[in-house]
Design a protein around this ligand. Structure first.
Ligand code: PBG
Length: 344
């Protein structure tokens, strides 16, 4: 017989905590599950990446990312405005640069009339500071070889690249970027970009460093979306992006970026790298962003389209997993859908 009053099970020896302690009690009713929930997701945690193309009133489907579209500047501004209404924290703009503007040294990156600057200006004009505008700093949208930096003797050179990145960052801040996000993985670029921004009066503009960015095959659909895949050809980015096998190295990357002045650091990709998010969160008191990249979007989307997964449920579960691992901000192509679901 079981003596519930004294919390003892006759058929269980040893006087173990069970059944006095029953963890299922706190899961009994929805109100109680909510009361003890450790992490939450709000639209304010989200950053929505937008692909921008030339022209007016134009949208193009991205075939490897069903549901994602490349938008002309006017439509991108309208999308950002809608995102602001939904409470999304920020948009991250990625330009699809026409090949005529690409060059060996990616100099179009510093042109104040380039697409990312046009989009930034137009979003800032229509949405003001109701939403953050994150601009990516790296040369890959502008180089004929598709690498993130300047290439000399088949090697992406560090210091020479950084001087262009500094000009690129200032160019974007001038257009109205409210967060500068270097994604190039050059050494020392955070400090240099900080100095450049400060020297030009942008002391108040935060830097979100892609600090632990891995040389990942999950970026495939993104490179299709922005059209850098064909430029890159069969080449990879392994001399600057991190080896997926490494974890201690992420700590060194982040430590340096914090010393150099990063305001927020990013782990990328997301789901396959949750262990990195957790390690960094345990170690550094700095806000962490995580990027659920294009390949992760494609995996979830295609599986949902095939009827294998419930899209809304798996996407929300992936979001709460990022929050649980320690991320404050999440870049995701699902941001708009998520914000709609959360408001239902
Ligand atoms: C460019 C950049 C990339 C992504 C964001 N910025 C691609 C790359 O490094 O090749 C990937 C985003 C995604 O896959 O969703 N520096």
């Amino acid at each position: 017989m079981t003596d519930f009053l004294n919390n003892r099970c006759e058929n269980r020896a040893g006087g173990a905590a069970y059944p006095r302690t029953r963890l299922r009690r706190n899961r009994r009713w929805p109100w109680l599950r909510d009361m003890v929930q450790e992490t939450w997701l709000t639209p304010a945690n989200l950053i929505w990446p937008l692909f921008v193309i030339e022209g007016e009133n134009r949208r193009e489907a991205v075939h490897s990312m069903p549901g994602v579209e490349r938008l002309s500047v006017d439509l991108a501004a309208a999308a950002a405005s809608k995102a602001a209404e939904l409470g999304i924290g920020a948009v991250a703009i990625f330009p699809v640069t026409p090949s005529a503007y690409k060059s060996d040294d990616g100099r179009h990156a510093v042109d104040p009339k380039n697409l990312i600057c046009q989009a930034t200006k137009s979003i800032a004009a229509s949405v003001g500071d109701r939403i953050g505008i994150v601009c990516d700093v790296a040369l890959d949208p502008y180089t004929t070889h598709g690498q993130d930096g300047i290439v000399r003797d088949e090697y992406v050179v560090n210091d020479e690249t950084i001087s262009v990145l500094c000009d690129q960052a200032v160019n974007q801040a001038r257009a109205g970027a409210t967060m500068i996000a270097p994604s190039d993985m050059m050494d020392g670029r955070i400090g240099a970009i900080r100095d450049a921004l400060d020297a030009h009066g942008y002391q108040h503009i935060p830097i979100l460093s892609y600090a632990a960015k891995y040389a990942s095959a999950y970026y495939g659909p993104f490179r299709d979306a922005v059209g850098s895949a064909k430029n890159l050809g069969g080449a990879d980015k392994k001399t600057y992006q991190m080896n997926p096998a490494n974890s201690d190295e992420a700590i060194r990357e982040v430590e340096l970026d914090i010393q150099e002045g990063a305001d927020m650091i990013m782990v990328k990709p997301g789901m396959p790298y949750l262990d990195i998010v957790r390690r960094l969160h345990d170690r550094f008191p700095v806000p962490i962003a995580v990027y659920q990249v294009s390949g992760e979007y494609a995996m979830l989307k295609f599986a949902a389209q095939a009827g294998a997964l419930d899209e809304q449920k798996v996407v929300l579960e992936s979001m709460i997993a990022f929050r649980r691992a320690g991320a404050s901000a999440i870049l995701t192509y699902f941001a708009h859908d998520i914000a709609c679901w959360l408001s239902e």
